[in-house]
Design a binder for this molecule. Structure first.
Ligand code: HAM
Length: 425
């Protein structure tokens, strides 16, 4: 029989690799706590119309990347991203009535049926954040600066921060017309996909990867040139705040991002292409001031971002130490198994991580396993130790062995491992 394999583009993370994930997730939880964000968990499956309405019908994600199915007449979709679900939860639970500003964050799997390659998967994990109720632009600058700092704590170097602004719906519509006017005479030189997009979603032509399209849009008018009034003031203030923070950034007129819900500020942070290949965008985000209202809520401005955890791991150089074990209890023969089990439980209760080996293998094999696991101590117990109430304590780092009374062995191991004494409950 053929072995069953994981779905293409959906990967296992085995225990050998998990320390890298924990490192990113722990660093992120810390950054979030420092900035006053609280975690939200929303379902992995949402009604399909939620994504169609927010992300937009004429986007790659909605047109060809969603895992959608019908269950008992309900059209459902595995979430391709976290913003729409967070916004739905915000509206559904009337959160705006409880607090003026909500800073939420999330970590979890997302699903997009893309062509799998390095850094691009069909199930991938994002860490992200959404802020509801702050119209910026100071908030926008704080978020971008926070993300630059977060990447630095992960040891990710050579990042490029790209920012742009689409303005509000009126500016966007104005720009759309200007772009179509500019591209119409050049239509024949566009890729087939972009010729179609010229009517469905012309802004997307700006960030097409096709060399034909890149050439055609080279001299397209920058979107920020058409900003007026409050849109323009927001854009200028964002840059002023970033300058004050000393956050390096580049204005990227071609940055439109692949989701239709954005208004005003857009940003991406890119990493080194040699490590990430085509998927060199570590994270992206922006403002989506219209979404909460579009979903039936009040008019509440919103801003957010998301990063691909796999890409952060690929981009990070830092070595991650594998976790080690405090003690390994070597049980020699069945007559010592009960004695070993109780010893193991006492050690763990005192905060010493340990494994008990009661498989009946030889002492030599068990010591070898203890070393492989990085244990500091091998605690050897056989029939004699069980009867006399003792334990052979072998310090695997110092290569020394001594007999210790059972009553004092836990304290002895704790003191040498620097495990703090547990407080009385
Ligand atoms: P996005 O640009 O579609 O934005 O995705 C954000 C990040 O998720 C990307 O920069 C990338 O690191 C990662 N990512 C996306 N697709 C894949 C994939 N197929 N494989 C691996 N990693 C991937 C959003 O998702 C928005 N929800 C961000 C946002 C939040 N905007 C406002 N709030």
């Amino acid at each position: 029989m053929n072995p069953v394999r994981a779905v293409k583009g959906m990967n296992d993370v085995l225990p050998d690799e998990i320390a890298r994930w924990h490192r990113v997730e722990t660093a992120y939880a810390r950054v979030m706590a420092l900035h006053g964000y609280r975690e939200v968990r929303t379902p992995y499956v949402e009604p399909t119309p939620l994504f169609v309405r927010t992300i937009g019908e004429a986007t790659d994600v909605v047109e060809k990347e969603m895992y959608s199915f019908v269950h008992h007449d309900d059209p459902l979709t595995l979430r391709p991203e976290g913003t729409a679900g967070a916004a739905r939860a915000y509206v559904q639970h009337l959160v705006h009535n409880k607090e003026p500003v909500s800073r939420w964050y999330y970590v979890g799997p997302m699903f997009r049926a893309e062509r799998p390659q390095r850094g691009r998967y069909r199930q991938f994990s994002q860490l992200g954040a959404e802020v509801f109720g702050d119209a910026g632009p100071a908030m926008d600058a704080e978020m971008i600066d926070m993300l630059v700092g977060f990447l630095a704590t992960l040891g990710i170097k050579d990042v490029r921060v790209l920012v742009n602004s689409l303005g509000g719906p009126a500016a966007r519509a104005r720009y759309r017309d200007a772009l179509v006017q500019f591209l119409e005479p050049r239509k024949a030189s566009l890729s087939e996909e972009s010729q179609r997009r010229l009517t469905t979603n012309p802004l997307r032509i700006l960030d097409s990867k096709s060399p034909l399209d890149r050439e055609a849009v080279k001299d397209a008018p920058p979107v920020v040139d058409l900003l007026e009034g409050e849109d323009l003031a927001h854009w200028q203030a964002l840059q002023q705040h970033l300058n004050a923070l000393g956050t390096p950034y580049t204005v990227a007129p071609g940055l439109v991002r692949g989701l239709d819900y954005y208004t005003r500020t857009l940003f991406e942070i890119k990493g080194a292409t040699d490590k990430l290949g085509a998927g060199d965008t570590l994270l992206g985000g922006g403002r989506y001031d219209g979404m909460i209202k579009d979903l039936g809520g009040p008019s509440v401005p919103a801003l957010g971002f998301a990063a691909g955890i796999e890409r952060l791991i690929l981009a990070s150089d830092a070595e991650v130490a594998a976790p080690t074990l405090g003690a390994f209890v070597v049980a020699v023969g069945p007559e010592a198994f009960d004695y070993a089990l109780v010893l193991g439980r006492d050690l763990r209760a005192a905060g010493v991580s340990c494994e008990v080996d009661a498989r009946g293998s030889s002492v030599k094999a068990q010591i070898r396993r203890a070393v492989a696991l990085g244990a500091r101590f091998a605690l050897i117990v056989g029939g004699e130790e069980a009867t006399t109430g003792t334990v052979q304590v072998k310090d695997l780092a110092a290569q020394a062995q001594e007999k210790v009374a059972r009553a004092s062995v836990v304290a002895a191991v704790m003191s040498r491992l620097d495990v703090p004494l547990a407080k009385a409950p």
